[in-house]
Structure formats: structure tokens, C-alpha cells
Design a protein around this ligand. Structure first.
Ligand code: RET
Length: 276
């Protein structure tokens, strides 16, 4: 017998894969996404039809409002059909008595189509407010730029690694941009809208209060659901669904009905790039 035949075989190392716990939507969350797709699609149709006989010179609010609903339908279609969903995993330490600590990954769904939707639609919603108040082009552009930075920073934060500067670093950048948006649109807009008379000014004030009260809920929900993972994915879908329905169709109906009833909301583009 040769030496190799009698030697005890080396143990084959066993590779224990890191166990993974998934945090994903169930049937309920899934149904909510389809319902939202239907609501946004129906809203797109209603807004498009309501713009039918409106002269082109007065159609801008209809165009922006219809577009926000169309973009939201596309985003909800992607999510409901299972697309544009990725996972962000956190490695969690499990302590045991008498045995060494083990680790497992907690992987939560990130619905990144939302950020594509928000990056395109929140600028349109801000444009509505700015046009209503008579905010000039330069301030409108700055607000929209800060808004895009806010949403993209939120996306980077959603995929950031917990425990590094990524997660809360990007979140802080997003919040700072949001403060800039409020300052340029709500505060500056309130001053500008005075020039358009008491009725428009009052409408602007209410629409701006509604908008920023509502928008401020997004970063809170995000921090609790996406950041701290204290709300499950189904509830997160439901809360964003309610917020999105208020921010797009409800806001849109309010804007269009008021605009129809008030001639002084007509947009005057004279001096759009020159006064400040
Ligand atoms: C994030 C996370 C990072 C910090 C901040 C956020 C703000 C998001 C907002 C979203 C608004 C969405 C709307 C959608 C309409 O359907 C990205 C959640 C500040 C304000 C109005």
C-alpha cells in the first residue's frame, strides 16, 4: 500500500452560505401597486380629455398635470409587473449563548422606479406652483435643480450601505436640497404671487402649504421604512400610494378647476428671464 492510500483524507471545508432574510411585498402590496397603476392611468385620461378644447396658450397646466399622471402610471406599471425592484442587504450579527456569533443578511426591496418617477414629476409639480405664483425662470430653474439633486440623493441613499457615510450622508444632502426647494418656491413664491392679486396669492398660499406639508411626509416615511426598516414593504407601498394620489391627481384636479375659474391665474411670461 502506498502512503497516500493510508493517509487520512483532509476534511473538505464546508462553506456555510450566509442565510438571507428577504423583506418583500406580499399579495397585498402587489395589488396596491396594480390599483395605483389603474388610478394613475384613469387620471391621465381625465386630464388629457379635460384639456381638449383649451386654447394652446392656456394649456400648460393641463400638459404638466397630464404628464405627472402618465409618468406615475408608467412607474406603477413597472413596479406592479415586478420590474425596477432591487434589493439592499444589511449584514446583521446574531449573538448566541455558548456559541460564537453568526451573521445573516437582511435584504429589503428597493422600488427604484419611484425615483425615476419622482425625478421627472416633482419638477413638473414645482413648475406648476412657480407658474401660478409668477416666479421668474431663474428661480424656477434653481428650485428644479435642487429638487432633482434631492431625489437622486435619495436614490443613492436607498442603495447606500448602512454603517457607512453613504446612507445618512446622502440623506442629509437630500434634506438640505429640500430646504432650498421650500425656500425658493414657497417663500419666494409667496412674495411673487402678491403681484398677481389677492385671489391668486391666496390660492398659491393654500396650494404651497398643501404641497409642502404633503411632501414633507415622504422623507419621514422613507427614514422609517427604507432607512430604519421599521415598516414592512406592504405598508410602505400603501403609504406612498396615498401620498402619490394626493400629490398628483388630487393636486391636479384642484389646480385645473381653480385655473378654469380664475382668469388671473393665466400665465404671463413677460419678463420671465429678467425680473428677480
Ligand atoms: C426622499 C429621501 C431623501 C430625503 C428627502 C426625500 C424627499 C422626497 C420627496 C418626494 C416627493 C414625491 C412626490 C411624488 C409625487 O407623486 C427622496 C424621500 C427629502 C419630497 C411629491
Amino acid at each position: 500500500p502506498t502512503a497516500t492510500a493510508t493517509a487520512t483524507p483532509k476534511p473538505i471545508p464546508t462553506i456555510i452560505p450566509t442565510p438571507i432574510e428577504y423583506q418583500a411585498a406580499s399579495g397585498d402590496g402587489h395589488r396596491t401597486l396594480w390599483v395605483m397603476f389603474a388610478i394613475m392611468l384613469a387620471s391621465s385620461g381625465v386630464f388629457a380629455v379635460s384639456s381638449w378644447n383649451v386654447p394652446v396658450s392656456k394649456r400648460i397646466f393641463y400638459v404638466t398635470t397630464t404628464l405627472t399622471a402618465i409618468i406615475a402610471s408608467l412607474s406603477y406599471f413597472a413596479l406592479a409587473s415586478g420590474q425596477a425592484i432591487s434589493y439592499n442587504c444589511i449584514n446583521v450579527r446574531d449573538s448566541h449563548e455558548n456559541v460564537p456569533d453568526t451573521f445573516h443578511d437582511v435584504c429589503r426591496q428597493v422600488y427604484w422606479a419611484r425615483y425615476v418617477d419622482w425625478a421627472l414629476t416633482t419638477p413638473l409639480l414645482l413648475l406648476n406652483l412657480c407658474l401660478l405664483a409668477g416666479v421668474d425662470g431663474a428661480h424656477t430653474l434653481m428650485a428644479i435643480a435642487a429638487n432633482v439633486i434631492m431625489i437622486l440623493s435619495g436614490l443613492f441613499s436607498a442603495f447606500g450601505t448602512t454603517g457607512t457615510a453613504q446612507k445618512w450622508g446622502w440623506y442629509t444632502i437630500a434634506c438640505a436640497s429640500y430646504v432650498f426647494v421650500i425656500w425658493h418656491v414657497a417663500l419666494h413664491g409667496a412674495r411673487m404671487s402678491d403681484a398677481k392679486g389677492a385671489r391668486v396669492s391666496k390660492l398659491f398660499t393654500w396650494m404651497a402649504v398643501f404641497t409642502f406639508a404633503l411632501w414633507s411626509v415622504y422623507p419621514v416615511v422613507w427614514a422609517v421604512a427604507d432607512g430604519a426598516r421599521k415598516i414592512n414593504v406592504d405598508k410602505e407601498i400603501l403609504i406612498y400610494a396615498i401620498l402619490d394620489a394626493l400629490a398628483k391627481p388630487v393636486f391636479g384636479v384642484w389646480l385645473i378647476i381653480s385655473h378654469r375659474a380664475m382668469a388671473d391665474t393665466n400665465i404671463d411670461l413677460e419678463g420671465y428671464w429678467s425680473h428677480g
